[in-house]
Design a protein around this ligand. Structure first.
Ligand code: SAM
Length: 280
C-alpha cells in the first residue's frame, strides 16, 4: 500500500500505541502536531505533509516514550484545566478533570466582596489560577513545598496574565503567616503507599504529589487539624480526596472543629470533594 507520508506515520504510530493508550490515534496526531508545530485540523486536512528527518526522529522518540507509558501531557508539556492551557512538567502533578469539582465548589462558596483564598499544594497552579481568573477581586495565596512546582505555577500565572495570585514555598500552613482566609482549598496527596490501583502513567508524576502515608491520609490529617485557625468566621475549607476516604475526611474535619460538613460527588457519582465550615 502506497500511503502518503504523514498518513503512514500516523498509522504506524497508532498501532504502536494501541496497548498503552485508550486514545492511540488522538495521541499520535497530537504528538505529530507538536513535532511539526501545526494544529490538528492541518493534519486532518493534509495527510501528505512531509516531515524532515529531524522531525521524523523526534516523532519516533515521542511515540516510543508514550508507548512506554509516559503521560501525553508531559510529552506535550501542557494540559487543559478549567478551559485554561497550563504548562506541565514532571515537577508537577498533571491536573485531573475531577479537580474541576473543587473549583466549582470554591466559586459557589466565595462571596461577591473581595476576600483572601489559599490553595495549599498548588502544583501547576491549576486550582489557584482557575479561581483567580474567575474572580479578579479575590486575592489568592498559592503554596507548595516544592520550589520547582512553584516555578511551573508562576510561569502559568504569567502566561495566563493572572495577577491576583501570590506564590509562597513551604510546608502546608507555614507560608500563610498570620493572615486569615475566607476559603482554603487543597487537593493534597491522598494515595496510600503501595496502592495497587496506581496507573503506569502515575509513575512519571512526583511521588510527593501523590502518596501520603500508609492510609493516604497523612496530609489530610495535618490540613484538617490546623485549618480552622487560618479561616475567617464562616470560612470554608474545601478538600479533594479519594472516593473511599469520605468517612475518614468527615471525621477529620469534625475533629478539626468544623461544624457544617458536606461531601459532594463527581460526575460519576463518586464522593470526591468535602467541605467544612467554621461557624463560630
Ligand atoms: C495532588 S498534588 C495537587 C496539585 C494541584 N493542586 C492540582 O490539583 O493539580 C499535591 C501537591 O501538594 C504538594 N505538597 C506535598 N506535600 C506538601 C507539604 N507538606 N506542604 C505543601 N505542599 C505539599 C505537592 O508538591 C503537590 O504539588
Amino acid at each position: 500500500m502506497n500511503l502518503p507520508d504523514t498518513a503512514a506515520l500516523l498509522y504506524q504510530a497508532t498501532s504502536r500505541l494501541n496497548k498503552t493508550s485508550d486514545t492511540p490515534a488522538l495521541d499520535a496526531e497530537l504528538l505529530l502536531c507538536a513535532v511539526c508545530g501545526i494544529d490538528r485540523s492541518a493534519v486532518t486536512c493534509d495527510q501528505s505533509l512531509v516531515l524532515t528527518n529531524r522531525q521524523r526522529d523526534f516523532f519516533s522518540t515521542l511515540i516510543n516514550r508514550r508507548a512506554a507509558g509516559e503521560p501525553i501531557a508531559y510529552l506535550l508539556q501542557r494540559k487543559e484545566f478549567w478551559s485554561q492551557e497550563l504548562l506541565v512538567s514532571p515537577e508537577v502533578l498533571i491536573p485531573r478533570p475531577e479537580t474541576e469539582l473543587l473549583v466549582e465548589q470554591a466559586l459557589e462558596h466565595l462571596p461577591d466582596q473581595p476576600c483572601n483564598v489559599a490553595d495549599l499544594g498548588t502544583g501547576s497552579g491549576a486550582i489557584a489560577l482557575a479561581i483567580a481568573s474567575e474572580r479578579p477581586n479575590v486575592q489568592v495565596t498559592a503554596t507548595d513545598i516544592s520550589q520547582s512546582a512553584l516555578e511551573v505555577a508562576m510561569k502559568n500565572a504569567v502566561r495566563l496574565g493572572v495577577q491576583n495570585v501570590t506564590f509562597r514555598q513551604g510546608d502546608w500552613f507555614t507560608p500563610l503567616a498570620d493572615q486569615h482566609y475566607r476559603l482554603i482549598v487543597s487537593n493534597p496527596p491522598y494515595v496510600r503507599v503501595g496502592d495497587p490501583r496506581l496507573e503506569v502513567g502515575t509513575l512519571y508524576e512526583p511521588v510527593d504529589a501523590l502518596l501520603s502515608g500508609y492510609d493516604g491520609l497523612d496530609a489530610l490529617r495535618v490540613i484538617c487539624a490546623a485549618a480552622r485557625r487560618y479561616l475567617d468566621h464562616q470560612g470554608v475549607l474545601i478538600l479533594e480526596h479519594a472516593c473511599d476516604q469520605k468517612i475518614a475526611v468527615h471525621e477529620l474535619l469534625s475533629q478539626g472543629g468544623f461544624e457544617t460538613i458536606v461531601c459532594n460527588t463527581d460526575l460519576a457519582g463518586k464522593p470526591r470533594v468535602t467541605w467544612g465550615r467554621r461557624e463560630k
